[in-house]
Write a protein that binds this ligand. Structure first.
Ligand code: AN7
Length: 351
């Protein structure tokens, strides 16, 4: 049967109210790609899979939660949705609101949102507002305004976002026919790690698929869950996870603890190096934040803290590389220019 989106496929497993409507762009059903080249590069004694979430309709995993949250908001008669965002939530909210015939308002931290995300939000017709502050300031403001006005909040403190995002765990178990041994993923506001853990636990209860150990990875300059307190001025090249006060931080720590996993930090350099490795070794280009989970995994293997021999690992790559082209082009040597003549081309290629 043709694929009809997440709610159609997994709606019976999601805790959504009866008034919810289906607002879908056929999100989900993303590929789980075996990454043998990268696995070999990292030591080679384990099976590595990439859950390529950048292939969702707006280019990030956020679409899974947004189909559920916007569908619920529409069903209860809301006319407008709002979110604070480092970019991907904004683009996703804007697209699903457009689909539902609703208005969207997105608050983003000034100057810190990657080009493809800002462009997406504008293209889908959102009212885009820059806050002279951080994501955390923006989130505080959307909570305040939605307490006062009938505007639907679609950040991941909205429980239906978590319901929708659980489906990624279901898909992984359906493909592998069990949970992997380890799941590694980036952690920002901690909605995704919370959702995966809830999804794996639910599937294990109904299908005995087992549970993974969860490795959550923050960027070193924005690692409140690693340092143990909120970070006032988070800084990282991985702007998607430039978050100092994660809304679901407690649940992220709980997922790590219950799964016998960990939350660790990876340096910007390692994140960028992993982004490059994934693209050049596997042909999978993700935005910097999306490489954080793998960067953390590589770090733990290299320093001998985790032994992965014989294990099956899934790395969640949350957003597409096209979201943030500037990170690649800003320091690159300009491609050579040759006249449109064969001998000139031969000289460049053959030396
Ligand atoms: C590519 O868009 O918070 O831990 O406002 O865009 O669930 O927050 C984005 C987060 C990982 C972290 N990877 O997920 C937003 C926003 C990418 C992201 C995360 C984000 P959470």
């Amino acid at each position: 049967m043709t694929y009809q989106g997440l709610i159609h496929k997994y709606g019976h497993l999601l805790n959504l109210p009866s008034h919810s409507r289906t607002v879908s762009l056929l999100e989900g059903d993303t590929p789980l790609i075996k990454a043998d080249n990268l696995s070999r590069h990292l030591g080679g004694d384990f099976e590595l899979y990439i859950k390529y979430e950048g292939l969702n309709p707006t280019g990030s995993f956020k679409d899974r939660g947004m189909t559920a949250a916007v569908g619920e908001a529409l069903g209860r008669g809301a006319k407008t949705v709002i979110c604070a965002s480092t970019g991907n939530t904004a683009a996703s909210a804007a697209a699903y609101a457009a689909r539902a015939g609703m208005k969207s308002i997105v608050l983003i931290p000034q100057g810190k949102v990657a080009a493809g995300k800002l462009a997406g939000s504008v293209a889908y017709g959102a009212q885009v507002i820059q806050i002279d502050g951080s994501f955390d300031d923006a989130l505080t403001m959307v909570v305040e305004i939605t307490n006062k006005h009938p505007i639907a909040l679609v950040n991941s403190i909205n429980p239906y976002r978590v319901e929708g995002q659980k489906t990624a765990a279901f898909e992984i178990c359906d493909v592998l026919e069990s949970a992997p041994d380890w799941l590694c993923l980036p952690v920002g506001n901690a909605g995704n790690i919370t959702s995966y853990w809830a999804g794996f636990k639910q599937y294990d209860e109904i299908k005995s698929t087992g549970l993974p150990q969860v490795l959550g990875v923050q960027a070193a300059g924005a690692a409140p869950l690693v340092v143990g307190h909120s970070v006032d001025n988070p800084e990282t090249v991985a702007t998607a996870i430039r978050i100092g006060k994660p809304a679901r931080g407690e649940q992220a720590l709980q997922a790590a603890e219950e799964s016998n996993g960990q939350i660790i930090a990876a340096a910007d350099m390692q994140i960028l190096e992993m982004q490059k490795m994934l693209a050049t070794l596997e042909g999978i280009w993700v935005e910097p934040a999306s490489a954080a989970g793998l960067a953390g995994l590589a770090q733990e293997i290299a320093n001998g803290k985790l032994t992965m021999k014989g294990k099956r690992i899934v790395a969640v790559c949350t957003g597409h590389g096209l979201k943030d082209p500037d990170i690649i082009t800003k320091d690159m040597p300009k491609p050579k220019i040759v006249p449109p003549q064969l001998d000139a081309l031969e000289e460049i290629i053959l030396g």
